[in-house]
Design a protein around this ligand. Structure first.
Ligand code: G3P
Ligand code: MG
Length: 247
């Protein structure tokens, strides 16, 4: 058994800021997660047309803003004018898309650790991986807890590793591939971050035996959280910040 790498303390992480209680990937969502006692948040980051890192899940603006089309077709100046809250509920109308820089200021001021999911617009994987890693290093310089970078995109993780080798990285996984050991070794990842449906106690043991931390998403049933933590899962990402107690 390898010794496991250093890892953030919080066991529970608020997905996209506060799951579904507030417009995902906004400062309003992060505040709601924090108000429920969450000390770590996950959110999705991509680049504007002019290279500014900002929070958004989808490749397009349509679902979670009043904009249309590819998110990376607009400059940050254009993106900053959009309403990213009204789609959720009237109380959040006028909420803006946040930059990674704004989120870094907020998270440091409030002692909230972060899992920065690098979610590149199609075709911009390397550029996004490198830019987000460099931004994260600068924005959290001197912080007690450095951000954990995660991505489904191996290209983005390679670029993040090459740009800032020292930042911790996790490979996001939505299916088990036979060569996972080789992949995480090549990417220099310290963790795998899996769909919880893929996990068994034996798999958790196998990842730990390989020296990897284990994170999992998106777990919204309290009994399932208890089971996963009993198996030794290191981090559980949830939408249900009002139902599942932060710990
Ligand atoms: O980071 C874990 C989880 O957020 C991955 O899925 O689609 O919600 O970004 P998604
Ligand atoms: Mg995500």
């Amino acid at each position: 058994m390898h010794e496991l790498p250093a890892w953030p303390d919080p066991k529970l992480v608020a997905h996209r800021g506060a799951g579904k209680l507030a417009p995902e990937n906004t400062l309003a969502a992060l505040r709601v997660g924090h108000a429920h006692g969450y000390r770590m948040a996950e959110f999705d980051v991509k680049l504007s047309a002019d290279g500014v890192a900002f929070l958004l899940h989808d490749a397009t603006l349509d679902r979670t803003t009043n904009g249309r089309g590819r998110a990376d077709a607009l400059t940050w100046r254009e993106l900053s004018q959009l309403d990213a809250g009204g789609w959720h509920s009237p109380a959040f109308a006028g909420e803006t898309l946040p930059t990674l820089a704004a989120v870094a200021r907020w998270s440091r001021a409030n002692g909230v650790a972060v899992n920065v999911e690098i979610k590149p617009s199609p075709g911009r994987e390397r550029e996004t991986g490198a830019a987000v890693a460099l931004d994260a290093q600068a924005l959290w310089a001197g912080a007690d807890a450095m951000p954990l970078l995660s991505s489904f995109s191996e290209e983005a993780l390679v670029a993040a590793r090459d740009a800032v080798p020292g930042l911790p990285r996790a490979l996001l996984v939505d299916q088990i591939v036979e060569d996972w050991r080789d992949r995480v070794a090549r990417l220099g990842c310290i963790a795998v971050d899996l769909d919880h449906e893929l996990l068994t106690r034996a798999r958790v043991d196998e990842f730990h035996a390989a020296g990897l931390r284990v994170a999992t998403w998106t777990v919204n049933e309290p009994a399932r959280v208890v089971e996963l933590l009993d198996w030794g899962v290191d981090t559980v990402i949830t939408d249900a910040v009002d139902v599942i107690n932060a710990r």
